[in-house]
Ligand binder design. Structure first.
Ligand SMILES: NC(=O)c1ccc[n+]([C@@H]2O[C@H](COP(=O)([O-])OP(=O)(O)OC[C@H]3O[C@@H](n4cnc5c(N)ncnc54)[C@H](O)[C@@H]3O)[C@@H](O)[C@H]2O)c1
Length: 313
């Protein structure tokens, strides 16, 4: 197949490009480099089946006939979407409509990278796909949460109205090599601070929980979903829960760092608990995450060491 990956210069998009190429497909990667980096794609630039196009999906575009559109373009970390609030709203709305229109035009299948943020600060735990969420529509995170909720609605509308063959993955916290080191997320913050010998910053009392999925597990789940005919959202994430404090301890062990832990006030609307119910993915896809947090951190260590040492950041 010739497939389009929007946001392919980003963390997940670049791993998805790798996986699709490994399966033998030709990949067109479209990215405006707002939060992505060419460094994530350097190893692919000589690959004959790989094409990079610098473009903004919010503007009308066409990359020629494609059979699958994987729409991953969007700032994804709190730091990025708080900084690029309007761009986040645009890419989730106009950008998603443009990508859906492209899929309709080429009779291509379509997969939307959505997010656990659609559940907001959830009142139901763990979160099943049937839960409608608890989102503050005017809080600082709303630019991302509401953009993604709009993107899901747009995807379902194109499916219902134009019969586009769509899928929606709700991605939960994913980490691994190529994760932006300055993205403000728990793992990148802790790895950076531990490797620099700085204190690890814990917001609140650190007893809030998070679940973390290693990138290879996440991509496997997304590809499995791309092959089945399920149009309603499917959670892909690792249900194993850790408190933020436990995660800090594990990062200290894996890095061998002697950093201390400091506590700071909890940011506005920071979710207290987030854990996917992956029954649907297990049943529908036979998918299950395999990489434990400690192993995933070990597999990411070399990348984080390099990133901390580099002057790019
Ligand atoms: N990483 C996670 O844990 C996570 C969790 C939930 C959902 N997601 C979703 O997965 C997708 C990828 O996330 P990521 O972590 O790789 O983020 P990322 O910031 O590394 O990648 C996003 C990419 O989209 C590109 N982009 C942004 N706006 C664009 C536009 N208008 N036109 C073209 N390209 C544009 C950026 O330049 C970047 O390369 C996002 O849609 C995000 O919402 C990620």
């Amino acid at each position: 197949m010739r497939v389009l990956v929007t946001g392919g210069a980003g963390f997940l998009g670049s791993h998805l490009c790798d996986a699709l190429l490994a399966e033998g497909h030709s990949v067109v990667c479209a990215d405006n480099l707002l939060t992505g980096r060419m460094a994530n794609l350097e190893h692919l630039l000589d690959e004959a089946r790989f094409e990079f196009v610098e473009l903004d999906v919010c503007r009308g575009f066409d990359v020629g006939k494609v059979e699958y559109v994987f729409h991953f373009a969007s700032p994804a970390s709190p730091v990025d979407y708080l900084h690029h609030g309007i761009e986040t709203l645009q890419v989730g709305s106009v950008g998603t409509l443009n990508c859906l229109e492209l899929a309709r035009k080429h009779h291509a299948r379509f997969l939307l990278a959505s997010t656990s943020e659609c559940y907001g600060d959830p009142k139901e735990h763990p979160q099943k796909e049937s839960y409608w969420g608890h989102v503050n529509p005017v809080g600082p995170r709303s630019v991302y949460d509401e953009a993604k909720r709009f993107a899901e609605a747009a995807t379902m509308a194109y499916h219902r109205t134009h019969h586009v063959d769509t899928r929606i993955v709700r991605i939960f916290n994913t980490y691994g090599p190529r994760l932006q080191i300055n993205d403000g997320r728990v793992i990148s913050n802790f790895m950076k601070q531990a490797l620099r010998g700085e204190p690890l910053t814990v917001y609140g009392d650190g007893l809030q929980t998070r679940s973390f999925c290693f990138v290879s597990d996440e991509i496997e789940g997304i590809l499995a979903l791309s092959r089945v005919s399920e149009h309603l959202p499917v959670n892909i994430g690792n249900p194993r829960e850790f408190t933020v404090l436990e995660c800090a301890q594990m990062v200290l062990q894996v890095t061998g760092s002697e950093s201390t832990v400091v506590f700071e006030p909890l940011p506005v609307d920071d979710p207290k608990q987030r854990k996917p119910d992956i029954t649907k993915a297990r049943t529908l896809l036979g998918w299950e995450p395999k990489i434990e947090l400690r192993r995933g951190l070990e597999l990411s260590l070399e990348y984080f060491r390099g990133a901390v040492a580099s002057r790019d950041w």
